[in-house]
Design a protein around this ligand. Structure first.
Ligand code: C2E
Ligand code: MG
Ligand code: MG
Length: 670
């Protein structure tokens, strides 16, 4: 059987499998024509020469006929090859090409049979044998070479062998042995042709199935690729957007900046850092669900104000960023935008039939003027909004280098503070709280002092605030408590009974096991709990941590420690809360003492009334003059603290006061 390369046709995509195989078979059959014709021409010439020398007169006619048929078959082959270049035409006319092939093949066979007829009547035995051998060889070769075409091949073999056998028996019955041999040979060749055809068909089908399988796999691959691409895009969308508000998140924002802003463009883009005010209170008091709703509503309001060419993103928590496109009038636009955003944020929000209010602080920085790196310009806007928060919230500020310096100082101070706490570098000052009637020092309030080797004296309002922000206040508070209890034992040896008042931050109070820590410090230092006062500001009453603070205050009271509300009246205080908490007393904020001739009196009177009703002790802070002292005394206050009575000092003032004002108090009493 002849082996072939994969024909050109089957590579083309065909929908009808049957037609496709037929086409492939036709192609294979035609591919064999040149070889077939070469053999045929050689055999024809050989036979013609032999018979011509035998004197058979019809030979030139026969030769002419054979060449004519061979020529036509060659022409068919040539035309078929050209036709195959067009798939559609090839598909449509495959039947016609098979017919032409078959006609040529069978015509050649009949011409050979005609030669047998002539030879067995007129030629020599040698010529007869030669013709028989040629016919047998052609029939044998046809089992392979005509295998692509089931019927055409078998009819060809039949004409060559069966017809020849019959003719020999008919015209030269003495050679019946040839006839019998021819018949046997015919049967064998037909079977061989059938087998070859089946093998060929099977291999073509397999080839086709493989191709279809590959096509299917490719289609599947293509589908998979598309799905992977779609998934990747969806993931990218998720990664670049905030799930709660649907706004771009940090990644999305930086991506936008990367694509939109150019550092080499002299035009500016404004970066507005938007930080909500009072959001934490809403979140803590009303729960995260309401908090989320507020964020969604605010995000929607901001997006309505956000210009088309700008981007609004959620930076995290209650922080948003709005970045404008680069333009000449960027600053004017940004300032107007900041006002608009503050206005839209402060408009009341209606959630679950409740009207809620948040505020907005805005920090603005300009790209590329303030920083050429995206993260840096955002950081600059962030520093600016922190400054807005420190300065009273609810407005906007434009970045100034001082903010970065402030931030740097805070950072340096923060680190230095940790070291100072560890290395015992802080010191303590004591300020007396005096009973103005008896002149006795009732309590000494402990105040931390920090003198840094290079940064100089750091004000408590700065480092205590910093310590609270960074949670270093816990370590600082422990140190103050421990240190002052040890020191206090020194000046309490005379049995003066002076108490110790220590300031405690709300963060300390909320830290795990605060009461236990106080108890263990008291135990370690041997300081009596009854002589310890802890001062906490009104932040104690914050809704978010009410249960925790109430429990800690109760635990502290159970130890025997007193608890005072410091700076009373300066923050948020609710009367009901004051009633619920087992506190010992209040320290009225010094701002009211400073306004004694204005409404300060009214407030102090009211506070006094509340304290009396609730059985609380009262201390007034910030007494700076005798005049204030006498006025306060007339309001019924006897415990006072202030520069007039004693400055905070590293040496505790434990001696009884005996100055003029005491006699004046007696006078005024009379
Ligand atoms: P505070 O607890 O209200 O302490 C009283 C503050 O008022 C002290 O300021 C004191 O020097 C000042 N002061 C006292 N009398 C007068 C007066 O007549 N006029 C004026 N204008 N001021 C007066 P200082 O030492 O700067 O402390 C500020 C705040 O820092 C304290 O306010 C307290 O809240 C906090 N603090 C200080 N030390 C500590 C500490 O060790 N732990 C904690 N948690 N906070 C502390
Ligand atoms: Mg205090
Ligand atoms: Mg105070």
């Amino acid at each position: 059987m002849v082996t072939h390369k994969t024909p050109a046709f089957p590579n083309r995509r065909a929908t009808d499998q049957h037609t496709l195989i037929e086409m492939q078979l036709a192609v294979l059959a035609y591919q064999n024509i040149p070889a077939m014709l070469a053999v045929n021409v050689a055999a024809t010439l050989g036979a013609a020469l032999l018979l011509h020398s035998d004197g058979v007169s019809y030979i030139p006619v026969w030769l002419g006929l054979m060449f004519a048929v061979s020529g036509l078959r060659l022409l068919c082959w040539f035309l078929f090859r050209r036709s195959c270049a067009n798939v559609n035409r090839g598909q449509a006319s495959v039947g016609m090409w098979v017919l032409l092939y078959t006609l040529g093949l069978h015509a050649a066979a009949l011409i050979w049979v005609a030669l047998v007829f002539v030879t067995f009547q007129l030629a020599t035995s040698e010529a007869k044998f030669t013709v028989i051998v040629i016919i047998s060889a052609l029939a044998g070769g046809a089992t392979g070479i005509t295998a692509p075409l089931k019927y055409a091949g078998r009819i060809y073999i039949t004409i060559l062998l069966l017809f020849t056998s019959v003719i020999i028996y008919w015209v030269a019955s003495e050679h019946w042995v040839f006839s019998v041999l021819g018949l046997v040979f015919w049967v064998a060749m037909i079977i061989s042709h059938r087998n070859n055809h089946r093998v060929l068909l099977k291999s073509l089908r397999l080839q086709l199935e493989n191709k279809q399988l590959i096509d299917n796999l490719q289609t599947l691959n293509l589908g998979l690729e598309q799905r992977v691409q779609q998934r990747t895009e969806a993931l990218k969308r998720i990664a670049h957007h905030d799930a709660l508000t649907g706004l771009p998140n940090r990644l999305g924002l930086l991506d936008w900046m990367e694509k939109t802003l150019r550092a080499d463009n002299p035009q500016e883009a404004a970066v507005l850092f938007l930080d909500l005010d009072r959001f934490k209170q809403i979140n803590d008091a009303l729960g995260h669900e309401v908090g989320d709703q507020v964020l969604r509503m605010i995000a929607f309001r901001f997006s309505e104000v956000c210009p088309q060419d700008a981007i609004l993103a959620r930076w995290g928590g209650d922080e948003f960023l709005l970045i404008t496109a680069q333009s000449d009038d960027c600053r004017a636009r940004a300032e107007a935008l900041a006002l608009q955003l503050i206005e839209t944020a402060t408009a009341p929000l209606s959630i679950r039939d409740e009207s809620l209010g948040v505020g907005l602080s805005v920090g603005m920085a300009y790209f590329p003027t303030d920083a050429i790196h995206f993260q840096d310009v955002i950081h600059a806007a962030d520093l600016t909004v922190a400054e807005v928060k420190r300065g009273g919230r609810g407005h906007s500020l434009i970045y100034n280098d001082i903010y970065a310096e402030t931030q740097k100082r805070r950072f340096d101070l923060g680190r230095a503070l940790s070291e100072a706490i560890k290395q015992n570098a802080l010191t303590l000052a004591y300020q007396p709280i005096v009973n103005v009637v008896t002149g006795e020092v009732e309590t000494l309030e402990v105040l931390s002092r920090w003198h840094h080797a290079t940064l100089g004296v750091i004000n408590p309002s700065e480092f205590i605030y910093l310590a609270e922000e960074t949670d270093r206040i816990i370590a600082l508070g422990d140190w103050v408590l421990h240190q002052s209890c040890i020191k206090a034992r020194e000046w309490r040896v005379d049995g003066s009974g002076i108490k110790l008042a220590i300031n405690v931050s709300i963060k300390q109070l909320l830290a795990q096991h605060f009461a236990e820590r106080v108890s263990s410090i008291l135990h370690d230092t041997g300081f009596p709990p009854a002589a310890l006062i802890l001062e906490v500001t009104e932040s104690l009453f914050g809704e978010a941590h009410l249960d925790a603070t109430l429990k800690t205050v109760k635990d502290l009271r159970a130890l025997g420690v007193e608890v005072y509300i410091d700076d009373f009246g300066s923050g948020y205080s609710s009367l009901s809360r004051l009633h619920e908490f087992p506190v010992t007393g209040i320290k009225i904020d010094r701002s009211f003492t400073a306004q004694l001739d204005k409404q300060g009196v009214v407030i102090i009177e009211s506070a006094m009334l509340i304290a009396q009703r609730m059985n609380l002790n009262v201390i007034v802070e910030g007494v700076e003059s005798e005049e204030q002292l006498i006025k306060l005394y007339r309001l019924g206050i006897t415990s006072m603290q202030g520069y007039y009575l004693g400055l905070p000092s590293e040496l505790p003032a434990t001696q009884r006061f005996d100055p003029d004002w005491r006699s004046r108090l007696q006078l005024s009493q009379n």
